[in-house]
Design a protein around this ligand. Sequence first.
Ligand code: HEC
Length: 143
Amino acid sequence: MLSLLLLPACEQAREDRLAGSIQIVGDSIPQPLDGKSGDPVRGQQVFVSREDGHCVLCHQVGSLDAEFQGNVGPALTGIGARLTAGQIRYRIVDAQGIWPDTVMPSYYRTGDLRQVGNEYSGKPALGAQQIEDIVAFLETQTN
Ligand code: HEC
C-alpha cells in the first residue's frame, strides 16, 4: 500500500496540515477526533444534508432512501466491512492524503489547501463531532 512507503517526514507534513493534533498511522487515523464518540443516526443526516457533508453528491449507499445519489465516487455500500473506522476517518479528514489528485474534498484540514474561499480559511469544512457521526454511520454499513 502506497501510504506504508511514505517517509516519516512526509507523514509529519500530512499531520501538520490537519485541523487538530491528529496522529496518522499508515492509511488510518485510529483515534476519534477530539475524543468524541459518533452517533450513526446524526451521521446519516450529515452524510445526506446539502448544508453539511453532502456526501451523496458523489456517493451512493445502498441502505439510504435519499432521492439523488451521485456516482462520481465509489458506492459506499458495505464500506463498514471493507475499511476500519480509522481508515474511513482518514479518508474523510484528508482524502488527498490517500489520493493526492482526488476530487473528494478534505473535510478536516486547514493547511496547504489548493482552493478555498476566504470564508473557509482556518476552519475545517466539517467539525470533529460531524465527522465522528459520519464514521459511526458508515461503520454500520456492513452489507
Ligand atoms: C466531489 C465528490 C466527492 C464528495 C463530495 C465526497 N467524496 Fe468520498 N470519494 C470521492 C472519490 C472520487 C473517491 C475515490 C478516491 C479517488 O480515487 O479519488 C472517494 C472515496 C471515498 C471513500 C473511500 C471509498 C473506498 O471504497 O475505499 C470514503 C470512505 C469516502 N469517499 C467518504 C466520503 C464522505 C463521508 C463524504 C462526505 C463527507 C465524501 N466522501 C464526499 C468523491 C467524493
